[in-house]
Design a protein around this ligand. Structure first.
Ligand code: ADP
Ligand code: MG
Length: 396
């Protein structure tokens, strides 16, 4: 269908990475291959770091790593993806107790180093690796978590850990905190590790328990629209939102906003600044909305699910103030199309993507309409809920 981006399949990513591996490392072949998916969040935005619910699914877009262990203490990693004009190859020594792996240049390699540093088993052997990815970078589909989880899964092949999946997600989250300086919640890494084909994942970010919710209806399409804009606010506003939520929780005398009700919030309204009140209001309502949306999905009530998606978007725009004109325009255009159940911004905000739930037969019409109405140049992906990270066979 016109204008819809094809998604490179995993086998093609692996063979390209293997070819570059052979070329770079003098004809040696890689003997390990792994992949880890990006994700799209269907609902539950900015709730993970408030210990609330999120409802993401793993994407068919993945980060692949091929490689082999070596006998020394050196790691050499190549990425095939253009990342901000940085060099595509990096060398570093394995960390030890006296010399941890620190942040450095190129920037993209910090995601790799962070995971090596936080990996949960030792001794990690030296290795060579090539990274190939079909997740758009910086588009809000979590290329960063897919890279971290791919690196972790790769290390599991070289030096097995205890196989604890939740601890794996937490280690990858730690890597993003310490080595990318992004104080992210657990959602992205969690769903990249534990995503399940044909299912969305309702994650309780307080207990770190997840419920798989079936989402494999041939009559339904999950359309992602990349606005292809990313405003520079992204980096600075995220920590500010986190702080505002912590402030609100402190005023309400709660450990996190997960513990607070709307009644608590209203009772404390006089003691909260207007902005802080609105931030907390979004989070408290969004946590409830996400629980309701998961119930609607279980019933196959897409209409209700779509209504909640739109409420979520409006709250992110008006109360949390993380949307932008481009995302608002994409959502408004999608909602004008017959057969669309709902649409909302997805990810941190200030650019990136929207996610739209619609009847399959309306897809072409929706893409055409959004393209006509949007003032920028959007990219479309039709996605299906996919599996979490896993090792791949090299026998093809
Ligand atoms: P998102 O996670 O939404 O895609 P982020 O800004 O959190 O956006 O992460 C994007 C960054 O992750 C890139 O700028 C780059 O540094 C790194 N990255 C992700 N995937 C790759 C890859 N395949 N190769 C190199 N770097 C990558
Ligand atoms: Mg990211």
């Amino acid at each position: 269908m016109a204008n819809i981006c094809p998604i490179t399949n995993v086998a093609d990513l692996v063979s390209e990475a293997r070819r570059v591996y052979r070329e770079t490392f003098h004809g040696d072949d890689a003997n390990v291959a792994v992949c880890a998916p990006g994700r799209v969040n269907l609902i539950g935005e900015h709730t993970d770091y408030n210990e609330g619910f999120v409802l993401p699914m793993a994407l068919p877009m993945v980060t692949v790593i091929v490689g082999s262990k070596t006998s020394g203490q050196k790691c050499c990693v190549v990425t095939l993806t253009e990342a901000a004009d940085e060099p595509r190859m990096v060398d570093f020594d394995l960390p030890n107790e006296l010399t941890p792996l620190l942040r450095g240049q190129p920037n993209w390699a910090n995601y790799v180093k962070g995971v090596v540093q936080h990996y949960r088993a030792r001794p990690i052997p030296g290795f060579r690796a090539v990274i190939a990815s079909s997740v758009p970078l910086g588009g809000g589909l979590s290329s960063s978590a897919s890279l971290e989880v791919a690196v972790y899964t790769f290390l599991q092949q070289l030096c097995p850990d205890d196989g604890d999946q939740v601890a794996k997600a937490v280690a990858c989250q730690q890597a993003e905190h310490t080595h990318a300086a992004v104080p992210c919640g657990i959602m992205d890494q969690f769903v990249s590790v534990l995503g399940k084909e044909g299912h969305a994942l309702l994650i309780d970010c307080r207990s770190l328990e997840a419920t798989a919710v079936p989402l494999a209806d041939p009559g339904l399409v999950i359309l992602i629209t990349n606005s292809n804009v990313r405003h520079s606010l992204t980096g600075s506003e995220y920590p500010t939102r986190r702080k505002q939520c912590e402030e609100a929780a402190a005023v309400l005398n709660k450990k996190s906003l997960r513990e607070a009700t709307l009644q608590d919030l209203e009772a404390a309204k006089d003691r909260l600044e207007g902005v802080t009140y609105r931030r907390a209001r979004h989070v408290i309502e969004e946590i409830e909305r996400t629980a309701q949306a998961a119930e609607a999905l279980k019933r196959g009530d897409y209409k209700e699910f779509g209504r909640l998606m739109v409420e979520s978007h409006n709250s992110l725009r008006d109360n949390y103030e993380v949307s932008c004109p481009e995302l608002d325009e994409l959502v408004a255009a999608a909602l004008e199309v017959d057969g669309v159940f709902g649409s909302r911004m997805t990810g941190g905000g200030f650019g990136g993507c929207t996610v739209t739930l619609l009847q399959a037969h309306a897809t072409e019409r929706a893409v055409k309409h959004i393209q006509e109405k949007y003032h920028g140049s959007p990219t479309f992906f039709i996605t299906t809920p996919s599996a979490g990270a896993h090792a791949l066979s090299l026998w093809f």
